[in-house]
Ligand binder design. Structure first.
Ligand code: 5GP
Ligand code: ZN
Length: 248
């Protein structure tokens, strides 16, 4: 076993000789840090420029320091320490959490089928594209012309999608619905958007369905629920609860 690697495992605290405290990053955190550095979105205040590009941290050890700089150090320039002061430790942990969040999100995007369509790694039957959205035909259509509109930036659902992407989706929906109407002359168009597994969302990348309806096509159950008066007291109570939650 390599002694240096053992001495500097990810998550261990180290001290730079002048006295700066840092934490050793794991490979995913290291990659997240270098990507964030490239994109100019820093998990901390800034990352020191000129960090080493080699992911091999056996000899070169990626360290995040308490002053929110990041660098790849040579083992001989840092010293292991057991327990840094709690404040410094907390600060380092906060930045590490941001790096972990970033790499989890990157992983999700790598695995996401709609992100692959956006990147052109999987083909699609495109009908519309602008800088924020992409629209293409569903390959398991409820009926011909069933179109999905997605944001180019990954967001899982209505809770996550940024306002400007949501607005772009709805503006695109208006254009595409007109296109569907002109091309297919449907009797109507149903808009459908599912959030969460409980609502039967299958692809965890926000998407807005446009489903043209045609004479004689089988009913869409979601669009034809039984109109049976509800309990007005319960409806009123629920409305109050939601309104209060919105007001915060
Ligand atoms: P959800 O239930 O999540 O609202 O619907 C996901 C939709 O995505 C389904 O209608 C499904 O047919 C569609 N879909 C899943 N994978 C692909 C794909 O690779 N390409 C296209 N064009 N549609 C897909
Ligand atoms: Zn995605």
């Amino acid at each position: 076993m390599n002694q240096r690697k053992m001495a500097f495992d990810p998550g261990q605290y180290v001290k730079l000789l002048p006295g700066l405290v840092g934490i050793v990053l794991n490979k995913a955190q290291y990659l997240a840090a270098t990507k964030l550095l490239k994109q100019g979105q820093k998990p901390g205040r800034y990352f020191a420029p000129g960090c080493c590009q080699h992911p091999d941290y056996v000899i070169q050890i990626p360290v995040l320091f308490e002053d929110e700089t990041f660098d790849v150090m040579r083992a001989m320039n840092i010293k292991h320490i057991d327990s840094p002061p709690p404040k410094k430790r907390q600060k380092l942990r906060t930045i590490i959490e941001k790096l972990d969040q970033y790499s989890r999100r990157e992983q999700t995007m790598e695995d996401c089928i709609f992100c692959k369509i956006v990147k052109g790694e999987i083909p699609c039957f495109k009908v519309y594209e602008d800088d924020k959205v992409l629209a293409f035909e569903d390959i398991n259509p409820i009926d011909l012309g069933h179109t999905l509109i997605i944001p180019k930036n990954h967001a899982e659902n209505l809770f996550e999608i940024p306002d400007e992407d949501l607005a772009a989706i709805h503006l695109a929906a208006k254009k595409i619905a007109r296109g569907i109407r002109e091309a297919l002359n449907p009797t109507g168009i149903a808009c459908l958007q599912l959030n969460g597994k409980g609502a039967n969302q299958v692809v965890m990348h926000y998407h807005f369905h446009l489903v043209p309806r045609h004479e004689g096509a089988p009913e869409l159950p979601i669009t034809s629920w039984e109109l049976k008066p509800g309990d007005m007291g319960a409806i009123e109570e629920t409305a109050k609860k939601i309104a209060a939650a919105i007001e915060g």
